[in-house]
Design a protein. Structure first.
Length: 333
């Protein structure tokens, strides 16, 4: 994830859940999925009785049930604490695309509006978004990475259409996807594993040597991307920032090398970037662990550290207050 806004109306934020500006994009007001040029939500939410809580009480029979898009082979599950406890959530994202060498306009990316769903958060405010990997899209020459939008059902049974929120979506590919990509030769594969062992050597991949946080390493990588684009006929006609890129590393810790490289590329304007992770045994042994659990463990660890820091700060303050109080009593004697 980068610090750049993931959508046209998104505010700049380091938070996972991002607020949007109170403005309606011109492209959306003309879209067939728009209910009104003054509302930033799909018309299906406003016009379908299915989502009308005033006509169909979610808690009365027939009760509302979660409704998520069927998988097309690129399904992802994103768990996020959105801080709305036991609330119904309507979400939508751009449709998936099989042609990742072309970045469509926003209107085209949302044309079918098949990537939408209705879910309910748990008592802790955790939402489990199920969707197919959204495609990036183009608005006025600016490319925005995959993301989803959502609104929540308020206590008055109206949707929070005045407060659309956004989450950036991190798409990963499977080993089968990677094999197809290697065979087609239409992607630029970046290999974050500097080991000389054969089990890490993906065919036709480009090694990223050194920490991507170092300017020189990033500079070398960008030059390699440009050189490979110019040397391969299937990539020559694609805008360099739209090149389909796969970043690979093994998954042995919370933060992977591939995540760091992907973030650096996104920060530099590359938008068609996805990840593939393997186990430490080699690239052909796909990591199929629980990414969401890894993220939760990471968050729990951070929360514990914050708690400890807060307690230490309080103890330090109490100790100082106690000392000041003692000094004040000693001064009165």
């Amino acid at each position: 994830m980068t610090n750049k806004p993931p959508c046209y109306t998104c505010k700049k934020s380091k938070k996972n859940v991002i607020e949007t500006e109170d403005v309606i994009p011109k492209w959306y007001s003309k879209s067939k999925n728009s209910f009104s040029p003054y509302l930033a939500v799909p018309k299906v939410l406003v016009c379908k009785d299915k989502y009308n809580a005033l006509k169909n009480d979610p808690n009365k029979k027939p009760k509302w049930k979660p409704d998520t898009p069927p998988t097309n082979g690129n399904q992802i599950i994103l768990k996020e604490n959105i801080n709305y406890n036991n609330k119904w959530i309507f979400y939508w994202a751009s449709d998936s695309s099989s042609n990742m060498s072309e970045v469509e306009s926003a209107e085209e990316a949302y044309e079918k509006l098949e990537n939408k769903g209705l879910i309910q958060t748990d008592e802790n405010g955790i939402a489990e978004f199920i969707l197919n990997c959204p495609q990036p899209y183009n608005v006025g020459g600016t490319i925005y990475p995959p993301h989803l939008h959502f609104v929540h059902l308020k206590d008055d049974k109206h949707w929070s259409i005045e407060k659309v929120e956004t989450i950036e979506v991190n798409c990963r590919i499977s080993l089968d996807d990677l094999r197809e990509i290697i065979e087609a030769g239409e992607h630029n594969i970046k290999n974050g594993m500097v080991s000389k062992k054969d089990e890490y050597n993906i065919p036709d991949s480009i090694k990223v040597t050194g920490s991507i946080e170092k300017p020189k390493v990033l500079e070398v990588l960008l030059k390699k991307i440009g050189k490979e684009k110019n040397n391969r006929d299937e990539l020559k006609e694609i805008n360099i920032k739209k090149l389909p890129i796969v970043v690979y590393s093994s998954k042995t810790s919370e933060k992977t090398i591939s995540q760091n490289i992907k973030s650096a590329l996104l920060e530099n304007g590359f938008v068609n970037v996805t990840e593939y992770n393997s186990k430490s045994s080699g690239w052909e042994d796909e990591y199929e662990g629980d990414y969401e659990k890894d993220e939760k463990d990471k968050k729990d660890k951070k929360d514990k550290k914050d708690e400890k820091d807060e307690k230490d700060e309080k103890d330090e303050k109490d100790e100082k207050d106690e000392k000041d109080e003692k000094d004040e009593k000693d001064g009165k004697r």
